[in-house]
Design a protein around this ligand. Structure first.
Ligand code: NI
Length: 202
């Protein structure tokens, strides 16, 4: 039998229980491929729990467990990114394509990291401005270096990098061995640009 966790004075024991709301279906069991669920008690101050519940309601979570799992994954992802582990980066930059040699410079930087860049999407925002979104995969420290170079290039108006990592999952083989139901090759794709600019690629 599981023992009920006890709260210290001033604390409230939080069970992995549904958030009181009109729509509280029973916890959805995870897909068969994930690990077995483990329950544990968490002691937390009442005001913190109330704030958490309000946050869950705003976000549309139907129970605390799912929200807590997401928070844990987000923190583990941040940590994996900080420690330079295998990750996926989305790097977005906005720049003025009239700035001398900037377009060429941005292409050059991507070619320098060609084994990490999966794709590049270019959007002509208006007469002056371009948006480029680069997807890259590899050790987070290399992805950060790529992002720093792109965002830091002289003439780039604004830039943002978002790092993701697959955390809290059983380790998979580096080249995937699972069935897709469709075929495609896994050779690293060359960075691509909008057709209008394809001729400028080296
Ligand atoms: Ni453009």
């Amino acid at each position: 039998m599981r023992q009920e966790p006890r709260a210290a004075p001033g604390q409230t024991v939080v069970q992995a229980a549904p958030v009181p709301s009109k729509k509280t279906p029973p916890e959805t069991p995870p897909p068969a491929s994930t690990s077995e669920l483990v329950r544990f008690g968490v002691a937390v101050e009442r005001p913190l729990l109330d704030a958490f519940d309000e946050h869950l309601a705003r976000r549309g979570y139907q129970n605390r467990s799912e929200a807590l799992r997401d928070l844990v994954r987000a923190e583990l992802t941040r940590d994996a990114w900080d420690r330079g582990e295998q990750a996926i980066a989305t790097i977005s930059i906005i720049y003025d394509h009239h700035v001398r040699e900037l377009t060429e410079r941005l292409i050059e930087i991507q070619h320098d990291h060609g084994d990490r860049v999966i794709s590049a999407t270019h959007v002509h925002l208006d007469h002056d401005h371009c948006l480029e979104v680069v997807l890259a995969k590899g050790p987070a420290n290399q992805l950060k270096r790529l992002a720093d170079r792109l965002i830091g290039a002289k003439g780039v108006i604004s830039g943002e990098v978002s790092g993701m990592a697959i955390v809290g999952r059983p380790r998979a083989a580096p080249v995937h061995a699972h069935e897709h139901g469709h075929s495609h090759d896994h050779a690293p794709a060359a960075p691509r640009r909008a057709p209008a600019r394809a001729a400028k690629r080296s």
